[in-house]
Write a protein that binds this ligand. Structure first.
Ligand code: FAD
Length: 251
């Protein structure tokens, strides 16, 4: 039952996403449709950037991106699937037995201790022991249920933890991905989904640089933080990290 680390694979995407989005946007304003698919990369870059500024987001829906996420927790996928304008396929805890499941260890546990009967126990060790105990109980319950596959897995899984490693396919169009990044790259989102969103952004930026040039937490897209008292106060740092134009001009 090793500890899991996230892996993000960009499985496939619309061919030439920036150009497809630019052509769809050009069509909206084209009296003459000759040369709809022509135009230099710079032209597409400027046009897609203009769409974002104008709030003309529907052309972004013509480009889709499919990711394969592994080494992530059920806690993460529960947050992920709240994003409804997307398609998902996740490894089932009904069809697949989870006797020796991998799990995600929250990094914040490192260096902390838990008091057990007056003794200080390393928090990561305590967490790992808990996972081992759950796996043992899962196996015992699955046996008690007759180990019949789907019908015993589905009830034994009630003891599995949020930390349990899972794998999921997710497809989002560029509009939804930008919204997903805005919400989940925000410092208020949890560390695991933020880390995975960062990895997803790193995969799509090279294939659609124009579309994702201003991608980032919502403060980067809005030009201010809407979180009020809950703000992380790191707006300037977020701009430097995420906005490509600012990154390219900063020393
Ligand atoms: C930091 C953080 C903390 C959170 N905490 C909680 C929490 O405590 N409890 C909780 O339940 N959730 C929580 N969430 C989840 C959050 O409420 C949303 O469910 C999640 O972020 C999905 O985003 P969304 O609803 O904007 O849009 P998506 O499902 O990604 O949809 C994109 C957009 O499409 C539109 N849309 C989609 N479906 C509809 C619809 N049915 N009707 C009208 N418009 C629609 C909306 O404009 C929406 O913004 C949290 C999210 C974050 C980022």
């Amino acid at each position: 039952m090793p500890a899991a680390e996230p892996q993000v694979t960009l499985v496939q995407h619309t061919e030439r996403p920036d150009e497809v989005i630019a052509a769809a946007a050009r069509l909206c304003y084209a009296a003459d449709t000759e040369g709809l698919f022509e135009g230099a990369a710079q032209d597409a870059h400027d046009l897609v950037a203009r769409l974002a500024r104008m709030g003309h987001h529907s052309p972004l829906e013509h480009a889709s991106f499919t990711f394969y996420l592994e080494g992530v927790s059920r806690a993460l996928t529960h947050q992920l699937v709240r994003h409804r304008i997307a398609s998902y396929s996740q490894r089932s805890q009904r069809y697949v037995a989870h006797d020796s499941f991998d799990y995600v260890v929250p990094p914040e546990l490192a260096g902390r201790t838990v008091q057990v009967n007056g003794r200080a126990v390393d928090a990561v060790e305590y967490f790992e022991e808990t996972m081992a105990l759950i796996a043992e109980r899962y196996a015992a319950l699955n046996d008690a249920l007759g180990r019949t596959g789907e019908s015993s897995n589905q009830d034994a899984r009630y003891v599995l933890p949020n930390a349990c490693e899972t794998k999921i396919f997710v497809t989002m169009n560029a509009r939804e991905l930008l919204h997903f990044f805005a919400e989940r790259l925000c410092r208020r989102a949890q560390w695991e989904i933020r880390r995975v969103a960062d990895m997803m952004l790193a995969r799509v930026r090279p294939v659609a640089p124009a579309t994702f040039q201003d991608a980032g937490p919502k403060c980067v897209r809005l030009g201010h933080c809407p979180e009020g008292k809950l703000t992380c106060g790191r707006y300037v740092e977020m701009i430097r990290i995420y906005r490509v134009a600012d990154r390219e001009t900063s020393p």
